[in-house]
Design a protein around this ligand. Structure first.
Ligand code: SF4
Ligand code: MG
Length: 339
């Protein structure tokens, strides 16, 4: 499968102020050498705790933040240094859905004005058809019949309905990729499932691919084909969802899996879980060696000095841990067998 979207060794470093005589106090390594690929029709999860660099990665992929190094490619073509026209094409192809549907909708704009703007900018339909197309978009996201909603304002909708409107806006330009940054995190559990089901339906109908950024492994398991696990600006493990859940090969992934509620309460945990203790270290000064060593329950001396190489396993699972081969012996991290 050829990659639709590819991120190559991407780095986003920010100097931060506060040093003496106006000098930067340091450099935040928000994204520090991330590579990933998204195939056509794939739903790829990027998971990790808040502060691990997921949102910065998303912004860089969308061209909203300039990377310090590395590249982003769509259909094999680099999007860095594109002309304005080409960049506009790219921005049409790659759309974003944000976490907070209230903040990302202009409260002074009607739903029609919100949806008409991208339709007009990208010339999707003739001006005379804007209302019909906007109503059709609302119906596509489950707000039917669409026409009566068009003249309402965001505050007249529930959180779930607002997120449907944001999704309608993102699909208005018929994109190929949607980057969803915590798109369901602000919603109630029952609404969350409905929005995920909608996104899955749209994927099939429109041939979309998603980069699904989340801290919620429940979402990953129910929706995503493949997972990249991020820790302190780097991807520490990636692979197909079922493999990552069945046998995580990085202790951090294992801790996340362990903390994730079981899909079936009749299943028991195989072993007791160690809590993931301590905070994520500052990206101003990432720990040497393995970045996870300050929190890793199975760290050994080598971990504090040697950065772990990538270890490859069957099915395309890759882990950056010196001891990934020993994962089956770790006293945590696997979903229990059926009782
Ligand atoms: Fe833990 Fe060492 Fe593996 Fe890092 S390399 S995850 S510290 S065991
Ligand atoms: Mg974030």
């Amino acid at each position: 499968m050829s990659a639709l979207l590819e991120v190559r060794d991407l780095k986003v470093h920010f100097p931060v102020g506060g040093g003496l005589f106006g000098k930067p106090a340091g450099v935040v390594h928000a994204v520090d050498g991330v590579s990933l690929t998204l195939a056509r029709n794939e739903i790829l999860a990027v998971v990790g705790e808040s502060g691990c660099g997921k949102s910065t990665l998303a912004r860089a992929v969308l061209g909203l933040t300039a990377p310090t190094a590395g590249d982003v490619l769509l259909d094999g073509e680099s999007v860095l240094g594109l002309s304005d026209v080409a960049l506009r094409r790219y921005r049409r192809a790659v759309q974003m859905v944000f976490q907070d549907p209230f903040e990302s909708l202009n409260p002074r704009k009607t739903v029609f004005a919100t949806l008409a703007q991208p339709l007009r900018i990208h010339g999707i339909v003739p001006m005379a058809d804007l209302r019909t197309e906007a109503a059709r978009l609302l119906e596509a996201v489950g707000l039917a019949p669409g026409a009566p909603y068009l003249d309402r304002y965001p505050h007249q909708f529930s959180g779930g309905q607002r997120q449907r409107i944001c999704i309608a806006r993102s699909i208005a330009v018929r994109p190929r990729v949607i980057v969803a940054d915590e798109a369901v995190s602000a919603l109630d559990i029952s609404i969350r499932a409905q929005i995920l089901a909608l996104m899955k339906t749209l994927q099939g109908e429109m041939g979309l691919s998603y980069v699904f950024i989340t801290h919620d492994l429940g979402v990953v398991r129910s929706l995503c084909d493949r997972v990249c696990v991020m820790y302190l600006g780097q991807i520490v493990e990636e692979g197909p969802t079922e493999r990552i859940f069945a046998q995580p090969r990085h202790p951090y992934t294992a801790a996340l899996v362990e903390a994730c509620p079981l899909p079936d309460p009749r299943r028991a945990r195989a072993k007791a879980a160690p809590p993931l203790s301590g905070d994520i270290p500052s990206p101003l000064k990432p720990p040497p060696g393995c970045r996870f060593h300050t929190r890793c329950p199975v760290a050994r001396p080598v971990c504090a000095t040697e950065p772990p190489p990538e270890r490859r396993f069957a099915g395309g699972q890759v882990a950056r841990c010196h001891f990934a081969e020993e994962a089956a012996t770790w006293p945590f991290g696997r979903l229990g067998a059926a009782a």
